[in-house]
Design a binder for this molecule. Structure first.
Ligand code: AMP
Ligand code: MN
Ligand code: MN
Ligand code: MN
Length: 281
């Protein structure tokens, strides 16, 4: 219990609803030993989290991280980077390219939404959310607040979910680009939530084997949305390709209200030893 950690967490720097300081407070309340802040395409929340931990709970290890969206096999594949040297100029330059590709994608999605007579623009999103990395979760919130959908989840199948009418995929950055960029910043590269990509099990195995050949360090075997047996399956898959294990809740605060920091849906318990092993990569 005392050893519990969480290696996949979002703050208000992307689409989470808690500030980095509030995350530190919650991690303290839940007695976590460490958590990684892994916002989408940004490290903007990390300094605040490190500062809050130093002031409020020096025992708590805050691991600088990031979650990068890449494209492979016709899918949006997420790679988490852990313990990155976030101040590396090369790393920040690459991150900026990721955010630019996101902004280009967002503009195209906004245009498609306008074409179906939705009153939306860059400016109204900036007004509502401020200067943060705008994701589809933000667009869903906007559509809900303006009454276009009954709840934020409805926005995905109707408008902006993968394959929905106003969805636009990201530019084609490959997982190996993200892996390289993370490792060049001395970080550990993890395939996030391997079971969320709708691969068949043999397709997933082929894909993981390919990423293992591209120097992937680990797969996120322990994950909030896992069903019975999934964690064990992913652990065996990792073993077959000599990959390490990671684990995280993918906590987003009220964006994903059924997921609790460090505990997921009550189905995860990630010991500190997972991080110790991973860091040896
Ligand atoms: P983006 O990075 O802009 O593609 O947005 C991805 C984010 O949108 C995810 O991290 C989730 O927070 C949210 N999201 C994507 N698909 C769904 C879905 N079907 N239901 C609820 N949230 C989703
Ligand atoms: Mn998200
Ligand atoms: Mn993800
Ligand atoms: Mn995530």
């Amino acid at each position: 219990m005392k050893n519990r950690i969480d290696l996949h967490v979002h703050s208000t720097a992307s689409d989470g609803t808690l500030t980095p300081t509030q995350l530190v407070e919650l991690a303290t309340k839940y007695k976590l030993k460490a958590f990684a802040l892994t916002d989408h395409d940004t490290t903007a929340g990390i300094d605040e989290a490190l500062k809050a931990a130093a002031e409020l709970n020096p025992q708590l290890e805050v691991i600088p991280g990031v979650e990068l969206s890449t494209h492979a096999e016709g899918r949006d594949i997420h790679i988490v980077g852990l313990d990155i040297d976030k101040d590396s100029p090369a790393f920040q330059k690459h991150l900026k390219d990721f955010r630019n590709s996101r902004e280009v994608r967002n503009k195209k999605m906004i245009q498609k939404l306008q074409e179906v007579h939705i009153d939306i623009s860059d400016e109204v999103l900036l007004d509502m959310f401020g200067d943060t990395v705008i994701t589809r979760a933000h667009i869903a919130k906007y559509l809900h607040q303006k009454g276009y959908v009954r709840n934020i989840w409805e926005a995905f199948p109707r408008y902006i979910g993968d394959g929905a009418p106003c969805f636009v995929p990201r530019g084609k950055i490959a997982p190996r680009d993200a892996i390289r960029m993370i490792q060049e910043a001395n970080g550990v590269a993890v395939l996030a939530h391997p079971l969320r990509y709708e691969f068949t099990s043999s397709e997933l195995e082929d894909f993981v084997s390919k990423l293992a050949g591209e120097e992937l360090d680990a797969i996120e075997a322990i994950y909030s949305m896992n069903g019975p047996g999934d964690e064990q399956d992913m652990k065996l898959l990792a073993k077959r390709y000599d990959l390490k294990l990671s684990g995280g809740s993918d906590f987003h605060g009220m964006t994903k209200p059924n997921i609790r920091l460090g505990f997921g849906r009550g189905n995860i318990d990630i010991p500190y030893a997972i991080w110790r092993e991973l860091r040896m990569s």
